[in-house]
Design a binder for this molecule. Sequence first.
Ligand code: NAP
Length: 353
Amino acid sequence: MNRKLPVAVLGATGVVGQRLVRRLACHPWFELTTLAASERSAGKRYADACAWRLPGEPYAGLADHPVVACDAARIDEPLVISALDAAVARELEPALARRGAFVCSNASAFRMSADVPLLVPEVNADHVDLVAAQRDGGTRGAIVCNPNCTTTVLVLALKPLHDAFGIEAVSMTSLQALSGAGWPGVASLDATANVVPYIGGEEEKVEEEATKILGALAASPCVSIRASTFAISAQCTRVPVVDGHTEAVGVKLRGDPSPDAVLAALRAFCSPFAALELPSMPATLVRLHDANDRPQPRLDVERDDGMSVHVGRVRRCPLLGIKFIALGHNAERGAAGGALLNAELLVRKGFVS
Ligand code: NAP
């Protein structure tokens, strides 16, 4: 690439936004040109608007950069990465797409819209062609979404098994990190030494998003996604972990393969989209752990810049056939890094240049 592409980040002061700012500060293709947040932050220096919570250089070197309001008429970058809450995203993101921007959204607002690709590039990069359906409607740009963070971890662990055997049913219980709730997030009196057995809307998101992502792109009569038909049940809990969602997964696979066959499939897995060579793709996508007490969020989740998914304790399940533990970084793989991968995919596919 001869020059770097200008990129705007919406919600730049939040948990996900800060990680986007940090990633973009050293990105080979992109240059962060606009930091946007709410009216509360607009007009301030980034350092005055943002409660920076990441290790390393504070504010990623952008302490003096001005923060602007999320005004669709004034944000003119061709690529916009949105780390906004769903309610704000619902208004703003279509306005940006209408004026020609490609919006990579972390929010849930449009994930299940029939013409919006819900992308984890190593799993379903081909679904990006769905943006054609949005542009048929007269929109010049488009919205693409990354899934809920819990869904992202789950589909990355399931993809090798879906390809090798075919999935018939999935049961997943999550132990989700506090950072998944944004900043300041869950009240400390609720979070400390406790488990909160409810995260509003989360279980429904996981159940519907996973079948869309692991579905197939159909070309006729129009470009659309045919969702997978496996049964899926999710239970989601919040635990006192800072970063990293752990998931206890049970899965029923066609042909009832042994744990050894499942391990072999996981070990042999190579993303069908690895040849895209997107800069934020990790060299090893699924890291297998042999030790019975791994993976653990504190020990494993930061590996590979938080972009790989960890799988351990693959064993026989008396109910579904196979069970295992998966772990992934909610705010990196499940949010900032995932959205950035989607932006890279749009460039690689020639939608944005
Ligand atoms: P957060 O820490 O609460 O940050 C929210 C951001 O949105 C802040 O920059 C805030 O700016 C801005 N904002 C709030 N109200 C606004 C308004 N009316 N207009 C414009 N900007 C506004 O949230 P987060 O955890 O980063 O999550 C951001 C999005 O990513 C959400 O949709 C969330 O569901 C999704 N997500 C999060 C995670 C995770 O692990 N945290 C994972 C996957 C997806 P101010 O600072 O000015 O208020």
